[in-house]
Write a protein that binds this ligand. Structure first.
Ligand code: MTE
Length: 322
């Protein structure tokens, strides 16, 4: 992958902080508790999480600009971000992605952009990303299962990328699709979801400056388990909207199919904005467990990004449009 890498000698001290200061993965997982670990209705077993270790390699160093998009909270250690994952294409266990996602080939990587736009086409990852300045964005990340992290992502604003394809007035939503390969993804042999994994945003949500197409975290290219080589990060929505390993982007007129909504429509809505006032049918969303912390903390409206995104939903009933 040739996305503006830094030479090893260029990496500054502040790009590599925190990696060494981690609790053991087993401690972190224990501290998460079990409440709510049941995305999609199938209970996620916590047994066996002590087995297997995250890869020691940490992706390739990226050349990025720092920005004001950063929360002043402790970052979740690299070790936890890369070893406690949800990527059901590789299994339902939290450590399955770190164990098995390396089987997914990511080079070369092509993204197909289609639908209601004037410049559709197939584009390589490099051509998609390289015209843009990579930025670091330190965002809160809140899973619908009521655990959360703070992650320093590296990526480019989604809206800036989408504009290059010139979506037209019929483009009301944008749909995303993950790679699907039965040989490389052991989890897709099971009908957990209607594969391939699909997600979507309304166009104005996609154009919001917070929405990020990420290619890295902690200053380095994404590891497979985090959605290499290209994933979405939508920090005001539950984590499942942040679709991984994207191969297709389509501008559409109608609200698109989304995998979790399809699997359990009464539990997972299209919008899935973080909202402490709207419980999941099986657990409260009022509080969350920050990975690595013992006490639960209050969940913030729109995950703390209310100022930036509340206007997108003005006049909408957020209980109905969950
Ligand atoms: N994307 C795909 N393709 N498959 C998945 O199973 N899981 C989602 C989201 N994107 C998922 C996915 C969920 S439920 C969460 S919480 C986040 O990825 C987890 O991202 P992380 O493992 O990098 O923390």
């Amino acid at each position: 992958m040739i996305i503006r890498h830094k030479k090893k000698s260029d990496i500054s001290e502040n790009n590599v902080t925190d990696e060494g200061t981690y609790h053991s993965r087993r401690d972190i997982i224990k501290s998460m508790g079990v409440a709510g670990l049941a995305l999609g209705g199938g209970a996620v077993a916590l047994n066996g999480l002590g087995q297997g270790e995250a890869q020691a390699d940490a992706g390739e160093a990226l050349d990025f600009a720092t920005t004001d998009y950063r929360v002043d909270e402790d970052k979740t250690p690299f070790e936890a971000v890369t070893s406690i994952n949800n990527f059901y294409e590789f299994g339902m266990g939290k450590d399955d992605p770190a164990r098995y996602a390396d089987a997914m080939s990511i080079e070369p990587w092509t993204i197909e952009v289609e639908g209601h736009c004037d410049k559709p086409g197939k584009i390589s990852l490099e051509d998609l990303i390289n015209p843009h300045q990579l930025e670091e964005r330190i965002y809160r990340f809140r899973c619908v299962e009521a655990w959360s992290m703070v992650i320093p992502w590296v990526g480019v604003p989604l809206g800036d990328v989408l504009k290059r394809f010139e979506p037209n007035s019929r483009a009301k939503y944008v749909a995303f699709q993950t790679k699907y390969d039965r040989d490389e993804m052991r989890g897709v042999r099971y009908p957990v979801l209607d594969w391939p994994y699909r997600e979507g945003l309304r166009m104005d949500e996609a154009m919001n400056p917070l929405a990020l197409l990420a290619v890295g975290l902690y200053g380095k290219s994404l590891l497979h388990q985090n959605g290499a080589p290209l994933r979405l990060v939508v920090p005001w929505k539950y984590g499942f909207k942040s679709i991984k390993s994207i191969v297709r982007i389509k501008f559409v007129e109608d609200m698109p199919f989304t995998s979790w909504q399809d699997s359990a429509p009464s539990e997972y809505g299209f919008y899935s904005n973080v909202n402490p006032n709207v419980s999941h049918p099986r657990w409260s969303q009022a509080s969350e467990r920050r990975v690595g912390e013992f006490r639960r903390r209050e969940t913030l409206m729109f995950n703390g990004y209310e100022e930036e995104v509340a206007a997108l939903y003005a006049g909408m009933d957020l209980k109905k449009n969950y």
